[in-house]
Design a protein around this ligand. Structure first.
Ligand code: T5A
Length: 234
C-alpha cells in the first residue's frame, strides 16, 4: 500500500510530461548495506533495454577514472591516518561533481538511460543522518557540486538493519564504512525512510526482504508503470 502511494506521483508526472522523452533518463538504486540494490541493478538494466532504451550503468562513489580514485580513498581503511568525516563528505561531492559532468550528463544528452548504484540520497542518509552533518550544509554542497541535477526515479530498497548486516557479514571483507556500528546503520535507514516519506514523487520504496526473484518482479512492475509508455526516439 505504502509502496503504491509512494510511486503514484511519479507515474502521473511522467504521463503528463508527454509520450516522447527528449533526453535520456537517470535512474538511481538506493538502500542501506545489504539491501540488495547491486543485485537488482541487472534487473533494472535488462528491463529498460527490453523497453527499447540504450542503457549505461555506473556507481557512486566512482564511475569515472578520477572518481574511482576518490572511491578508493573513501572506502579503503588507511592504518596510518583516519579519514575525517568532513573530508569524507567533501570527497563524496568531489566524486559526484566529476561523475555528473564527465559521464552522466553527456550520456543523457545522447538519449541514454543512465542507471546508478547510489547517488545523492546516500549522502543525506550516510553523512547527514549517519554522521550527523546538518542537512542544510549538505544541500549547499549539493548545489555547488551538481546544481539542481537529480534522478528521474530513485528505487529505494528497504530491509531492516539486521537483515542487511547479516547479508553483508557473509562476505569475506568489509570496507571502511561497512565497519560502522548497528546504531549508525539504524540512523542511515531512518534517513532513507524520512526522505522517501517526504518526497513520494522522487522515491519509490520497495521491500527488499523477499527473495531476489520476488524483489526483481516488483522492480519490473515499477519500471513498466513509470517508463513503459515512453516512446524511444530513433
Ligand atoms: N556512501 C556512498 C556514503 O557514505 N555516502 C555517499 O554519498 C555514497 C554515494 C559504498 C559505500 O559508500 C557509502 C555507502 C557504502 O557504505 P559499496 O561497495 O558501493 O560502498 O557498497 P554498497 O553500496 O553498500 O553495497 P552492498 O553490497 O553493501 O549493498 P547492496 O548493493 O544493497 O547489496 P547487494 O546487492 O550487494 O547484496 C548484498 C548480499 O546480499 C545478497 C547478495 O547476494 C549479497 O551477498 N542478497 C540477497 N540475499 C537474500 N535475498 C535477497 N533479496 C538478496 N539480495 C541480495
Amino acid at each position: 500500500m505504502a509502496e503504491q502511494a509512494a510511486c503514484s506521483g511519479q507515474v502521473l508526472a511522467a504521463q503528463n510530461a508527454g509520450a516522447t522523452p527528449r533526453r535520456g533518463l537517470f535512474i538511481v538504486l538506493e538502500g542501506g548495506e545489504g539491501a540488495g540494490k547491486s543485485t537488482q541493478l541487472q534487473t533494472v538494466k535488462s528491463c529498460m533495454q527490453e523497453l527499447g532504451f540504450t542503457v549505461e550503468c555506473t556507481r557512486e562513489p566512482g564511475g569515472t577514472k578520477l572518481a574511482e580514485q576518490i572511491r578508493s580513498i573513501l572506502l579503503t581503511k588507511d592504518p596510518d591516518e583516519a579519514l575525517c568525516s568532513t573530508s569524507e563528505l567533501l570527497l563524496m561531492y568531489a566524486a559526484r561533481a566529476q561523475l555528473v559532468r564527465s559521464k552522466i550528463r553527456p550520456l543523457m544528452e545522447q538519449g541514454v538511460v543512465v542507471i546508478s548504484d547510489r547517488f545523492d540520497l546516500s549522502t543525506i542518509a550516510y553523512q547527514g543522518y549517519g554522521r550527523g552533518f546538518d542537512l542544510q550544509e549538505i544541500k549547499a554542497l549539493r548545489e555547488l557540486a551538481i546544481g539542481d541535477f537529480k534522478p528521474d526515479l530513485t528505487l529505494l530498497f528497504d530491509v531492516d538493519v539486521d537483515t542487511g548486516m547479516q547479508r553483508v557479514l557473509q562476505r569475506s571483507s568489509k570496507d571502511r564504512i561497512e565497519e560502522e556500528s548497528r546504531q549508525f546503520f539504524t540512523r542511515v535507514r531512518q534517513g532513507y525512510l524520512d526522505y522517501a516519506q517526504q518526497h513520494p514523487d522522487e522515491v519509490c520504496m520497495l521491500d527488499g526482504s523477499g527473495s531476489v526473484e520476488q524483489v526483481a518482479e516488483k522492480v519490473r512492475q515499477v519500471l513498466q508503470e513509470h517508463f513503459g509508455h515512453l516512446q524511444v526516439q530513433a
